[in-house]
Design a protein around this ligand. Structure first.
Ligand SMILES: [Zn+2]
Length: 115
């Protein structure tokens, strides 16, 4: 296949990726973990000597932004929305990775084409 034609094919794939990116809804990076805590109340169930039952689960959202680790608790009623946004972010990253891969291929073809 001629390089120009190969580049055009790649550009079409990139356009398709852009369209999918455009269609993405709200997103955020990170992951949710569950925490179980022990409190300070004397005689509380969480410190029962036989069958301690910790408090929780509490849902903690962890993410990194601009090299800084951030963490916050998420209310149970917000969990579904947050998980949806985390899933959308994964799609965003997957699509941009694909775009980068295609961009590299096209860039390489343009170099050969220039010879
Ligand atoms: Zn307790």
């Amino acid at each position: 296949m001629e390089a120009n034609q190969a580049i055009q094919n790649i550009e079409r794939k990139i356009q398709a990726i852009k369209a999918r990116l455009q269609a993405l809804g709200p997103m955020r990076p990170g992951s949710v973990s569950q925490q179980y805590n022990v409190c300070g109340k004397p005689g509380c169930r969480c410190k029962d000597p036989q069958t301690p039952r910790r408090h929780g689960p509490y849902y903690q959202l962890n993410y990194v932004y601009q090299g800084k680790k951030k963490s916050q608790f998420i209310r149970r009623e917000n969990l579904k929305q947050v998980r949806l946004e985390l899933a959308t972010y994964k799609k965003f990253r997957k699509l941009t990775d694909q775009w980068i891969g295609l961009a590299l291929q096209a860039a390489q073809l343009r170099l050969k084409n220039a010879l």
